[in-house]
Every structure is written in C-alpha cells, then in structure tokens.
Design a protein around this ligand. Structure first.
Ligand code: NAD
Ligand code: TYD
Length: 354
C-alpha cells in the first residue's frame, strides 16, 4: 500500500485531499498543527479508519518530522500546511514567515536528510510535492495573458511573498540536492469545509445571519475559481505522473468579479433559504479595500492538461449551488467553527472598514 505524509490535512484543501487519498487506498500520515484553520470535524468520515494516522504537530518541528519519516517511510510528502489568508497576513506577516517559509525550509531539510538514506530505487521513486498558489505571480490587468509556469514571480502580499519564498526553496532543494520535488500553483478554491474567513463561505454565513456582506472596494477584483475536489484530483495526478523539478499551474477557467460571485451566492440563497426580509443581495455592503489588493488572477493550465490529462470536472455555477447546500446542511460544522476566536477575527478585520 502506498503511504503519504500529508501536512495541513485538517485544513480546507488538505482534508479534501486526505479523504480522496483514503478512497484510493493510500495510507495517510496526517501532520497538522491544528491552528484556528485546522479542524478535526473535516476528517469525521475517517473516524476508526486505521489507514489514517493523525499527528498534531508543526512542520517546523524537525525531530517530529524525522521521527515520522523513520517510522512510516512514506512514498511521498505532500505539503499543504500553511497560513493561508491574505487579510491575516496583512495583520501578522511574521506568522506567515514562520510557517510558510521557515516551516517549509525545515520540512525540506529533514526530508532531504532522510531521503539521502534511502536505497537508490526507493529514493528515485520518492516525491516531495509542495502546494502553492497563483498569487505568487502577482496581479493581472484585464486583457493580460493568464499566468503560465514561466511567468516571473511578483508577489504583493505578505501571504504571497511567503509562498513565493517557499516555492524558491523547493526549487533550490531540487537543483542543489536532487530532491525529486514538484510544485503546484493553484487558483482560488471553493467548496465544502472552507473556513468562513474566505470570500464564499463568509458571504454564505453572514447572509444567513442577516449580517452585512462586506465587498472590498468596488467588488471588481477578479479571481479564477476552482472546486476543491478538482484541485485535489490535480495534485494526485501531478504526484503520479509529474516530472520532478517541474511546476504545474492549476486553474478553473472560471474568472469572475467578486461582486458577481457574491450576487450569485445571494441568488442561490434566495432560492434555497428565502428570507422574509427580501433578497440577501440587499445586505451587500461596499467596504474599505484590502491594501495591495491584487486586481486579477487567471491561470493558463495548458501544461497539466496536455502533459497529464487533467481537467476540472465541476463548473462554477453547479459547484456554487452544491457548496451553498453543504453549508445549509452542515449546521453542526458551522457552529463549531464559529468559536470565540472566529468572532474576534470578524471584529478585527471588519470593524475598521465600514
Ligand atoms: P487552511 O488555512 O484551510 O488550512 C491550513 C492547514 O495547515 C490547517 O489545518 C492548519 O492547522 C495547518 N497548519 C498551519 N500551520 C501549520 C504548521 N506550522 N504545521 C502543521 N500544520 C499547519 O488552508 P487551505 O485553504 O486548505 O490551503 C492549503 C494550501 O493550499 C496552502 O498551502 C495554501 O497556500 C494553498 N492554496 C490555497 C488556495 C485557496 O484558495 N484556499 C488556493 C491555492 C493554494
Ligand atoms: P479570499 O477568499 O480572501 O481569497 P484571496 O485573497 O486569496 O483571493 O478573497 C477572494 C476575493 O474576495 C479577494 O479579491 C478579496 C475579496 N474579499 C472581499 O471582497 N470581502 C471579504 O470579506 C473577503 C474575505 C474577501
């Protein structure tokens, strides 16, 4: 049976990947620090599953990572662990440097040292796959060509700068030590179990509470949306057939202005959970913009499609319907994540923007 050390596997995307990997019969060692974004409820379906070993810990803990590698001898390490929210990176950039840069650097070093001890055939088959973002490429204007793998890095937020630094370290470990690495740069994800600090779940949950729907600036910024299950299928495909040392862009071919996304969420809610007070769109409130707000992201995913045969299966319209349905049907999950800490974040991020 294949075994993978997955980091950040209690978060939004990592948990989806772990659930898919278990369906494929992969044994998963899941190393997650359980920050505010890590949530064991995301892994509920794996209770009692002996093929999933959960370890609460930090990717920057060299001793722990070395112990896990020695004990479980994984065929691959898949690194989802990160601080992932741009607005939080604006408030506390150092937390992003600690996990995304230093944590990834420690993880790489410990994996490299262990990998050097493997017999040649096992070492050749081993993979270190690092999950990154399209945000490392910076911002596009309307009419610009989408990001290709050759687009120079130009990150603008502390989050994207820390992810860019990590990508460079991964590349350096491939060039310098020969570690068989892969990097994926994906566009904005949406789907079940996304922590409600991100645009789509924030809007769904605020609307259901009849709270303002805070759209930054004019809502004209554009993101390319990809369903989380399509992202995780792409990661699995890159792991299976990607060429070590190479990077792969992953996108949804679904560019939308933020205001259009928020309006679409409102329209779905009007249908699924009508409010006696009228359309949820009346709650849309334009608030102070995010500093350094990247205008547009768009991905050219020709490489992964042509080389590896991956394509997204979900389209945004039906994916959004299914996502809103999931939040309506999973009230217990929602209640658990709405902890005191989450409420404090809402006050911290939105109080000054009105
Ligand atoms: P998330 O914030 O939901 O989850 C991150 C997970 O990592 C959490 O479970 C958290 O507890 C864990 N973690 C954080 N610091 C850790 C540490 N030091 N050691 C171990 N675990 C730690 O994030 P997500 O949205 O699932 O994103 C996962 C990855 O995908 C990130 O690397 C992110 O940069 C990347 N990505 C996200 C998106 C998106 O739209 N969400 C798009 C492209 C790429
Ligand atoms: P987000 O989900 O934070 O992802 P990212 O910043 O990584 O793209 O934000 C998506 C877009 O939505 C981004 O352009 C910022 C915007 N946004 C709002 O307009 N209001 C909000 O409350 C949030 C969280 C985001």
């Amino acid at each position: 049976m294949m075994c993978q050390l997955v980091t950040g596997g209690a978060g939004f995307i990592g948990s989806c990947y772990v659930l898919q990997a278990r369906k494929r019969g992969v044994r998963v060692i899941n190393l997650d620090k359980l920050t505010y974004a890590g949530n064991m409820d995301n892994l509920d379906a794996l209770r009692g599953d002996g093929g999933h070993v959960f370890v609460c810990g930090d990717i920057g803990n060299a001793e722990l990572v070395a112990h896990l590698l020695d004990s479980y001898r994984p065929d691959a390490v898949v690194n989802f662990a990160a601080e992932s929210h741009v607005d939080r990176s604006i408030m506390d950039p150092e937390a992003f440097v600690r996990t995304n840069v230093l944590g990834t650097s420690t993880l790489l070093r410990v994996v490299k040292d262990w990998w050097h001890t493997l017999p040649p055939q096992t070492a050749a088959a081993f993979r270190f796959l690092h999950i990154s973002t399209d945000e490392v490429y910076g911002a596009l204007q309307p009419g610009d060509e989408p990001f290709a793998e050759t687009t120079p890095y130009s990150p603008n937020s502390p989050y994207s700068a820390s992810k860019a630094a990590a990508d460079h370290l991964v590349h350096a470990f491939h060039e310098t030590y020969g570690l068989p690495t892969l990097v994926t740069n994906c566009s904005n994800n949406y789907g079940p179990r996304q922590f409600p600090e991100k645009l789509i779940p924030l809007m769904i949950l605020n609307a259901l509470e009849q709270k303002a729907l805070p759209v930054y600036g004019k809502g004209a910024n554009i993101r390319d949306w990809l369903h989380v299950e399509d992202h995780c299928a792409a990661v699995a495909r890159v792991l299976e057939a990607g060429q070590p040392g190479r990077k792969y862009n992953i996108g949804g071919h679904a560019e939308r202005a933020n205001l259009d996304v928020v309006r679409a969420v409102c329209a779905i809610l009007d249908d699924m959970a009508p409010s006696s007070q009228g359309s949820y769109a009346r709650l849309i409130t334009f608030v102070a913009d995010r500093p350094g707000h990247d205008f547009r992201y768009a991905i050219d995913s020709t490489r992964i499609t042509e080389e590896l045969g991956w394509k997204p299966k979900h389209d945004l319209d039906s994916g959004l319907l299914e996502t809103v349905r999931w939040y309506l049907d999973n009230a217990a999950w929602v209640e658990h994540v709405r902890s005191g800490a989450y409420r404090q974040w809402l006050v911290r991020n939105y109080a000054g923007r009105a």
